[in-house]
Design a protein around this ligand. Structure first.
Ligand code: NAP
Length: 247
């Protein structure tokens, strides 16, 4: 796959799915701007001529404006945005309201508000260039819900899917496509807590396969979408969950 005409902004490129996506895109010739909050980028990325790393807290709007909005004002702006970074933090319904709302607001901020704002900046730029591709990493929780302590997470991801469909619907005539990806359990730090508590065997019960999906499989899918070969699937959600549900 030749992605040498793609310049991709990937949020959360330091670990997990975002790291795999970044590696795959670089391997296929794309230029990648990756973001992280704290974690250092892998040496292979830092040493790569086509990689640029930016440290930014996606919860801080001022930081976003200073470090990421400007990218879409540069002459060689990204023509692909992958909103990958996200948080998965629990809050039981029986905790006191302020703590519950803190979790709710923080989750919506990082998983929905910030991806929407980054998309807005990208879409405004792409509307002038007539070319652009948006990929939002949602979750199977958007479709099947989650346990009550992760209700904020499921709501944020369902919002992200609906947001993506609105973009696809309204920006197609400007040459822009938008997709959601809804992963099930993926073997990253985010899923590690559940893997450690419940064990891989329990988590794969009811799945078609008896192993948890690797982040590299999500990266393969992203690279294929970035290639632009299936532009007319705009608005679609791609489910990658080891067959835990099939729609
Ligand atoms: P992960 O291993 O926890 O990595 C999260 C990434 O997001 C890291 O690069 C992290 O940066 C960055 N990040 C988190 N909060 C940030 C903030 N406030 N500011 C800037 N960067 C921030 O997560 P993952 O498993 O790869 O998940 C990636 C995406 O897939 C998420 O949207 C997640 O909801 C979705 N997803 C994951 C699974 C799964 O089972 N893993 C399932 C469904 C959907 P630092 O390294 O600097 O902290």
């Amino acid at each position: 796959m030749d992605l040498s005409d793609k310049k991709v902004l990937v949020t959360g490129a330091s670990r997990g799915i975002g790291k795999s996506i970044t590696g795959k895109l670089l391997d296929n010739g794309a230029a990648v701007i990756g973001t992280a909050r704290n974690t250092s980028f892998p040496k292979a990325f830092i040493d790569h001529d086509s990689f640029r790393g930016i440290y930014v807290d996606l919860a801080q709007t001022g930081d976003l404006i200073n470090k990421l909005k400007v990218l879409f004002q540069e002459e060689e702006a990204p023509n692909v945005l992958v909103n990958n970074a996200g948080i998965f933090e629990d809050a039981d319904f029986d905790i006191e309201d302020n703590s519950w709302l803190d979790n709710w607001d923080r989750t919506q901020q990082i998983n929905l508000r910030t991806p929407a704002l980054l998309s807005k900046w990208a879409l405004n730029r792409w509307s002038n260039t007539g070319d652009g591709l948006l990929i939002n990493i949602a979750s199977r929780a958007a479709y099947r819900g989650d346990t009550q302590e992760y209700a904020s997470y499921a709501a944020s991801k369902a919002g992200l899917v609906a947001f993506t469909k609105s973009v696809a619907r309204d920006f197609g005539k400007k040459g822009i496509a938008a997709y959601s990806i809804a992963p099930g359990f993926i073997k990253t730090d985010m899923a590690m807590d559940s893997i450690e508590v419940y064990g891989e065997e329990y988590l794969t019960e009811g799945m078609a396969f008896d192993e948890i999906t690797s982040p590299e499989e999500v990266a393969e899918l992203v690279a294929f979408l970035v290639s632009g070969k299936v532009k007319h699937m705009t608005g679609a959600t791609f489910h990658i969950n080891g067959g835990s549900y099939m729609i």
